[in-house]
Design a protein around this ligand. Structure first.
Ligand SMILES: [Zn+2]
Length: 81
């Protein structure tokens, strides 16, 4: 998706806002909760052909925080918080 090709319909009609103000969205609507006190803003990629949306957390600090606080999918050694 980041390369500009939609993974669902193979269209080269992928759009992403550049330097959008209030990237976190009103009331954090364009973000996901990492913990009770932490939100991670999302970078969204939208296919203008089929409407598919893909979202990425761009903040490396938030990604690191997620590895500490979230359970890794498929991992038997992860501990519940
Ligand atoms: Zn598409």
């Amino acid at each position: 998706m980041k390369e500009g090709i939609c993974p669902k319909c193979d269209a080269a009609e992928v759009y992403s806002p550049e330097d959008m103000l209030l990237k976190g969205g009103p009331f954090g609507s364009n973000s996901i909760p990492v913990s009770l006190t932490s939100m991670a803003a999302l970078d969204n990629y939208v296919c203008a052909d089929c409407g598919y949306v893909e979202s990425y957390v761009a903040d490396e600090d938030k990604l690191h925080e997620i590895t500490k606080k979230w359970k890794r999918v498929g991992s038997e050694t992860a501990t519940e918080s």
